[in-house]
Design a protein around this ligand. Structure first.
Ligand SMILES: [Zn+2]
Length: 240
């Protein structure tokens, strides 16, 4: 099992860890990591591992193992692999990760503005998108949504998280009702991400976020595409 250090501190650029295993495809499993593994539309992190006695090993991406308890660091092709037990320093490609954090947090804001069911999404370092299930054609236009996003971003609202147990969640039915995404129950506890103390957005999420909305910086809605009768794809990009 890999300890997901990025859940406690999304800003941790370097992290010491130990190699637990190197799988038959050459993927490196560590006991803990600050590298986010591909999920929820957010790409896995790239970066490097500095390995005792072996030097620097480039990591192309990071994914979950088959049962999702382990995180697998995928090295660039032709790399010399470490042995289990080796000590490593995990160094994030921070420029890319920070853009993912800004984009990811911005998608929470988009959800709060467009309160329709989300059917899909994808996060990138340049642009990101969310697909909404919208029955009518009453969706606001690009400029309106852009203005609303930037107004919230400039408001510099705090982004915080807290863990609650499944039982605590069930005891607060109104909490579940205000969430855009239904919480994943069954693991015993759920991480809630709150923007503006939960007034702007409140949802269960295991992704990486910036600490305040102002850190996202100005954005624009690039386009709104019709993808099927009841599906609208909203694409955003950094404005600067
Ligand atoms: Zn999130």
């Amino acid at each position: 099992m890999t300890d997901k250090v990025f859940l406690d501190d999304a800003y941790l650029r370097d992290c010491e860890a130990r190699v637990l295993d190197v799988n038959d495809r050459g993927g490196i499993v560590l006991d803990r990591t600050n590298f986010y593994a591909t999920s929820g539309g957010q790409p896995g992190d790239a970066g490097s591992l500095e390995i005792e006695g072996l030097g620097t090993l480039e990591i192309a991406t990071t994914v979950y193992g088959d049962d999702r308890t382990q995180i697998v660091h995928v090295p660039a092709e032709g790399s010399t692999l470490p042995k289990p037990g080796a000590t490593v320093l995990c160094k994030l490609d921070w420029t890319k990760r920070h853009r993912h954090m800004r984009m990811h947090t911005c998608l929470h804001l988009l959800c709060s503005i467009l309160q329709y069911p989300v059917t899909g999404g994808s996060i990138g370092a340049e642009t990101s998108r969310l697909d909404f299930d919208i029955e009518d054609a009453s969706l606001a236009d690009k400029e309106q949504i852009s203005d609303e996003l930037n107004r919230i971003i400039e408001g510099d609202h705090g982004v915080t998280d807290r863990w609650i147990t499944d039982d605590e969640l069930l005891a607060q039915a109104d909490l579940v009702r205000t969430m855009a995404v239904k919480p994943p129950m069954g693991t015993g506890r759920v991480r809630l991400v709150e923007i503006g103390g939960g007034q702007i957005d409140l949802q269960p999420c295991g992704g990486t976020h910036v600490a305040s909305t102002a850190e996202i910086g100005p954005v624009i809605v690039q386009k709104i595409e019709k993808k099927g009768r009841q599906n609208r794809r909203v694409r955003i990009a950094f404005a600067a």
